[in-house]
Write a protein that binds this ligand. Structure first.
Ligand code: HEM
Length: 386
């Protein structure tokens, strides 16, 4: 009986997959690209599991240029785009191009249906308008002291580690850097001391570790996700695989915390207390003055979104920057001179520091923490570069 159900479910799944694949046989298939090693995985193992990341993609870029065809799982044709103008066109035309279904399922399931990373169209514009003051230059600048405190604390941790290990040893900065960025995001972005909340910090850490652990199975799961309907997805959520389980665990923990903190901030605002400088306080304040308000649930979903979007990306970018600086003592000396000459603290205009900006841009180009995002077309329209 159980076997029959499994076979029936499998048959339905494959019927759906083939129906979708037929629909998606399209303009992309004739665009030159690398050979596909298998129908099941296409090029997705080279794209996702290669160590170090990106070797094949840089090679393909040399051979085929900034736009080329790759194969996804089950023979899917995918257009790989790394041309800045075309990317700008796609990102600035959300009415024509949408986020991939696979990404949308993960964002909605893990962050909530109000998350800025999930909503599209008018809802996205409305939420962005309320959130913009929280991301203004002055709001970000106001976080300077919090960020400098975090940097100085993590430097002390590393100096203490170096005191107890030989100077030529390798120093693993990764765990302490994640603790620090979580702490900085907690204080600066959501106004909460995450490190003092050991239970939350452990749940968050579990999620980061398991999300980074890619395997053939997780690549295949990503390949199947776009073909799963919402009702089937809801049913599967009752038996989540380990990575999804950790995401749901994080969502539950941060949801409870967010509700309490946002309620406290709204209460304080109503009592006329001056808002704190953290971004969620700025957001709650700007929402209270907005004519197209966000709901309580929508603010709650931004809490998880900003924590996740801000922490891992920052920790990885800083880690790779320090790695490159460690390998290039000459660059390190030049950067230190530039920073020394810029002077201390709040007076520094970081946009005017050419070496720092060049370093960060190269790190984002070579070691991007979000090396790819998926998009689909709402209409049968090509990006202009084609
Ligand atoms: C090096 C650091 C960062 C990188 C590489 C990065 C990268 C990205 C990318 C690629 C997206 C677009 C995702 C998509 O739509 O598919 C995005 C969106 C977003 N990021 Fe970041 N991010 C970084 C830091 C941060 C920080 C520090 C925060 C918050 C404190 C943040 C908050 C957000 C938010 C709220 C969105 C959604 C924006 C929208 O849809 O309008 N990010 N980020």
């Amino acid at each position: 009986m159980e076997n029959n159900i499994a076979i029936a479910l499998g048959a339905v799944l494959f019927a759906v997959i083939f129906a979708r694949l037929r629909k998606s046989r399209d303009l992309i298939k004739d665009i030159p690209g690398p050979p596909s090693p298998s129908w099941l995985f296409g090029n997705m193992l080279e794209i996702n599991l290669e160590v170090p990341y990106g070797g094949s993609q840089f090679q393909w870029q040399k051979t085929f240029g900034m736009l080329y065809r790759t194969k996804g799982c089950f023979g899917e044709n995918r257009l790989m785009i790394s041309d800045p103008d075309t990317l700008k066109h796609i990102l600035s035309h959300p009415a024509t191009y949408m986020k991939s279904r696979q990404q949308q399922l993960i964002n909605e399931t893990g962050l909530g249906s109000g998350s800025l990373l999930f909503v599209e169209g008018d809802a996205h514009r409305r939420i962005r308008a309320v959130m913009n003051p929280a991301f203004s230059a002055s709001s970000i600048r106001a976080l300077g002291p919090t960020l400098r405190k975090a940097a100085s604390e993590v430097s002390e941790v590393w100096e203490a580690l170096l005191d107890v290990q030989p100077s030529n040893d390798v120093l693993d900065i990764y765990p302490s850097l994640h603790n620090t960025t979580l702490q900085a995001v907690g204080e600066g972005v959501v106004g909460y001391n995450f490190q003092a909340d050991k239970d939350f910090a452990a749940r968050y850490h579990n999620l980061v570790v398991i999300a980074a652990d890619r395997s053939k199975a997780s690549v295949l799961t990503d390949g199947i996700l776009p073909y799963i309907s919402k009702p089937v997805m809801k049913m599967l959520l009752n038996f989540p695989p380990p990575a999804l389980d950790k995401l749901l665990d994080f969502k539950a923990a941060i949801g409870t915390l967010a509700k309490k903190l946002i309620k406290d901030k709204i209460d304080a605002l109503e009592l006329g207390v001056e808002p704190e400088k953290d971004l969620i306080s700025v957001l709650v304040d700007s929402n209270s003055q907005s004519t197209s308000k966000m709901t309580f649930e929508e603010i709650k979903d931004q809490f998880a979104t900003i924590t996740l979007a801000g922490e891992d990306t920052t920790a990885n970018t800083v880690a790779w920057s320090l790695y490159e600086l460690a390998k290039n003592p000459d660059l390190q000396r030049k950067l230190r001179t530039e920073l020394d000459e810029a002077g201390p603290g709040d007076a520094v205009d970081y946009d005017q520091l050419p070496i720092l900006n060049a370093l960060l841009k190269e790190i984002l180009r070579l070691y991007s923490t979000v090396p790819q995002t998926g998009a689909g077309r709402r209409e049968r329209q090509c990006p202009p570069a084609l």
